[in-house]
Design a protein around this ligand. Sequence first.
Ligand code: PLP
Length: 368
Amino acid sequence: MEQSAQAALLHFSSSGNPSSIHSFGRQAKVAVDQGREQLAAALGVQDPEELCFTGSATESINFALKGLYFHSQQAGQRFHLITSAVEHEATLETAHFLQTLGIELTILPVDRHGRLDLTQLQETLAQRKGEAVLVSLLAANNETGVVFPWQEAAALTKAAGAYFHLDGVQALGKLAGFSLGNAVDLASFSAHKIGGPKGVGVLYIRRGTKLLNLLHGGAQERKRRAGTLNVAGIAAFGAAAAALGQEKIAQTDRLRLLLEGEVRKIPGTQLQGEAAPRLANTSNFLFDGVRGEALVMGLDIEGFAVSSGSACNSGSILPSHVLLAMGLDKLAARSALRISLSSQNTEGEVRAFCAALERVVARIRSLS
Ligand code: PLP
């Protein structure tokens, strides 16, 4: 965890309840307000009150998709959700659940490099005029680091009179120049992806966006999400957001280029999403004839933590839905390794990792 985030987490771990009017409560409210302002600044959001804290980005995504769906039902409108085949499970599983309730779902494909075709989005939007339409897309993919043209997608969506939700989890702190500005209606983020603690998320809700609540109870978060706030988590989320910076992204990008150059020297490797714009910190390689899980275990013994697919999914041995959607067959998708870097990594660590990777790949190949 980022140092200032850890300090904030400890400092506020026995804080008061921000809804209480005694001094402990008021101190906690100050911490929450500060966290909200820090996050708004990092996201390029003018009004911090447009941020609603949640328990995870998964909750934020559920809130965005289901909240708009509930509203469309109340208004007696048909609901159409447009998303992509390479979204995080939080979006895809929610979309499939909503499908069981009768919504129409369009899943946009990607090409071999994980790129989204905006003309397909435009065509689908044109066919759906007059319906309640929500477009929900990633800013950048968590498995390949491929960046979507989300600003163009949001502009097309707005022109068609539809709502746009951005899954910005991977973009914040990893995509140079990332800023929400006024581009989207809804956007989800997660503290633990930017050096904050696990179990805190946020949903940006542009003023005027009509979505119904998922959680009912107290009047927290301007009556949008009931439940006592995670003060320490929010303060730490804000501290982590305040510690982000363009120089850190540039430093991570330099390390990634070094890493990718070294890994390519290993025979039988293939970088995924190579022709697409990608995040500063994520590389996804295929290794001919090697199972991703075997690589993960071999590298674990060497002291390195990497993932064979999406980290959120690494308990399962199913091939990645992202790589399958990019046109890989199951065998190739099972040979994937996702490597994530942070600006705190050093050049020495990257070189040591690449040397260990080369050893592990050679060892596994020699056994088969
Ligand atoms: N969306 C993306 C792109 C992610 O990478 C993740 C988590 O890795 C999520 C959503 C879910 O975030 P959380 O773990 O906060 O629920």
